[in-house]
Design a protein. Structure first.
Length: 366
């Protein structure tokens, strides 16, 4: 069963085009459960297509495509210390945003843009209690950098310096190797950032120095796999992220909007995945997986105009000796969203949007 794949690479690759909050990687720690000494590298190309139309009162014009393509990379190293202890070091890009409203469309937010770039390095230690139970925990160091321009709010712009924060990871797992069963539950702590920012606007001048507090959310990842027939694996998971605590509100922007945040997250997010994998022979295996986030229906920020998703991921793995190469593609149907001005006045409707992600992951056991 060990060569039947889960599709963590392609299930998380299209994050910023659709996922609740700013999720991109999903913060999976599956490398920790690989056998022996193991290293992996992953690379993904994500092409979102997101656009909307203003409400009639704001001209009823279209936005044009506001979501540029982006890259997603990751890496992990896992090794055993002895028969009880093992560890993994995981690099990922857990959160991100990239939104640009084209100029010349007549849309009220034309020229607005926002980017957020995050990198994380996680060190995890695992202890095997017995053949079935294990516990794991570790520390995470994370850096973020962000900037935004919102011309329709007094010509506002903000630049945030890169900031580093620290968090932790805790979890447990249950395994039955004879039926390829593994269930793991992992808690990711919130990480606080205090970002030095420079804000500029027509009303308040600038650049004005301030400090913006931003918290990436605490979350829970439940991941499972189990054999359901010879050479066939059922797998999936549930991720909960507390995005309601993660709003971004620089000081001057709050003054200009009477407290409305630059980017707000009205709801926590639950992301479901369910798939099946099949080993075809000693070299090849394939899998398919569905993903789902419920459309909440809350008014969304103009800098994050998506709400919910449905997705289909297809992947194949080729194994030869100690090398495992996974390739996959994921199609995402992005949930319909309505944006707001001043936090409560409907502004635009975003529907019929999607994203395509293509990725490759190379793993080597030695």
């Amino acid at each position: 069963m060990k060569h039947i794949i889960t599709t963590s690479l392609v299930l998380t690759a299209a994050g910023a085009a659709h996922a609740g909050g700013l999720d991109r990687s999903g913060q999976s720690i599956t490398a920790l459960f690989e056998e022996g000494r193991y290293v992996e590298f992953s690379y993904g190309v994500i092409s979102p297509d997101v656009s909307g139309v203003a409400v009639a009162g704001l001209g009823g014009v279209g936005t044009g495509d506001i979501s540029p393509s982006y890259l997603q990379i990751g890496a992990a190293y896992k090794a055993d210390i002895n028969d009880k202890f093992s560890y993994a070091i995981i690099y990922d890009q857990p959160f991100g945003a990239n939104v640009t409203y084209p100029l010349g469309t007549g849309y009220f937010a034309a020229g607005s843009s926002a980017t957020l770039d995050a990198h994380a390095l996680t060190g995890i230690l695992r202890y095997r209690v017995n053949d079935n139970f294990s516990v794991h925990g570790g520390v995470r160091i994370q850096s973020i950098e962000a900037e935004a321009t919102v011309p329709f709010v007094s010509g506002y712009s903000v630049q945030g310096d890169r900031d580093v924060g620290f968090g932790y990871v805790l979890g447990a797992a249950y395994e039955r190797p004879d039926i390829a069963l593994r269930v793991s539950l992992t808690y990711n702590s919130a990480i606080d950032h205090e970002v030095d920012t420079l804000e500029t606007s027509a009303a308040l001048g600038g650049p004005n120095a301030s400090v913006t507090d931003f918290e990436t959310p605490q979350s829970l990842n439940l991941e499972f796999q189990t054999g359901i027939a010879e050479n066939t694996l059922l797998f999936g998971g549930l991720r909960w992220a507390e995005w309601t605590e993660g709003g971004i509100s620089p000081a001057n922007f709050g003054l200009l909007t009477s407290g409305v945040p630059l980017v707000g997250f009205p709801d926590d997010v639950f992301t479901w995945t369910l798939g099946v994998g099949r080993r075809l022979n000693d070299r090849w295996a394939v899998s398919a997986a569905l993903g789902y986030e419920r459309t909440i229906g809350s008014l969304q920020s103009n800098l994050r105009p998506t709400d919910g998703l449905r997705s289909l991921a297809l992947a194949a793995v080729y194994t030869k000796d100690n090398i495992k190469i996974t390739t996959g593609i994921r199609y995402v149907d992005v949930g319909e969203a309505q944006t707001a001005i001043a936090g409560f006045v409907p502004a635009g409707t975003f529907d019929s949007n999607d994203a395509v992600a293509i990725g490759i992951k190379v793993g080597y056991t030695f």
